[in-house]
Design a protein. Sequence first.
Length: 383
Amino acid sequence: MSTVFALVNARVFTAQGLMEDGAVVVRDGRIAAITDRADAQRQTDDLRDLGGAWLAPGFIDIQVNGGGGVLFNNTPTAQGIDVIGRAHRRFGTTAFLPTLISDNARTMRAAIDATRDAIAGGVDGVLGIHLEGPYLAPARKGTHDAQQFRVPGEDEITMATALDNGITLMTVAPETIGPERIAALVARGAIVAAGHTAGSYEQIRAGLEAGLRGFTHLYNAMSPLQGREPGAVGAAMEDADSWCGVIADGVHVHPASLRVALAAKPRGKVLLVTDAMPMVGADSPSFDLYGETITAVDGVVRNAAGSLAGSALDMATAVRNSVRLLGLPLEEALRMAALYPAQFLKLEHERGSIAPNLRADLVALDDDLQVIQTWIGGVASVG
């Protein structure tokens, strides 16, 4: 039996622009029409009044280490992924990549198997997996355990790209694994990004030519832009075709530096990520990583050595910060949270916009840009 309802009395961010007092008709989990209230009422008696709220595409977060008290490395199970997804859904994230930071092969296999099971089992929002390491540079390790770093052989490349029902995003240091291995990962269907890299401009360019599609948390844990050595940051900002993820929490990167990146990159090539840790959507500010207790103090997450250890950021806050700290129009901030991640993941024909036939993954926001409600495949969140 077909399920049809309409969200009415909303300011709708459609693929064509803002529609005041709009209505979105949802049929069987997909967007059937973007129209007005009168037309929506002709299509269904089930009208759900949003009271003038903003209605935007659900946020897509490609870098989610944890949430709801769960760190993916410590709980590489389908149940753990479900807890993480539920925690972030409260903040408008309707699709995400659970992210495993550098770990041993056994944990990597468990995380890939868990992601496969979560997708097959219908866990809401999970799109695949992000393997952030272990093919990284010790000089730019951040909070990663450099003892886990290695160069993958053919067998490990096969293992790391074994997910067969979802997306595999991999963060690598191009100078560590070389262009040939980047090309091999891409040939096996992975989306590959540069991160935790000390690579020179030339090494990053070689990686781009081998198939790098993006850069993981631009500026953080990568060789900086300097006058005589552009480094990874310079290569990222010069390249017109690649995407850059940014952590817009006002701590990881100065707002002025983010504005420089936005000015340098073509529109649509900078996207929001959280790099979130377990305290998002949880009561405890602490968690264990590699046997060390990590704590958020005043919203800043650091390890004992003082290195930033992910963030306590959620996507709704990232959107608010993009408007308030970066001066972006709300419509562009929402694209950075939804459309541009979808394009990076090659999913723009399925999600990331409010347009006919796309999935009804939606978020309603009040005037302060706080989340009121989310829908995944047309199903509203509870609680």
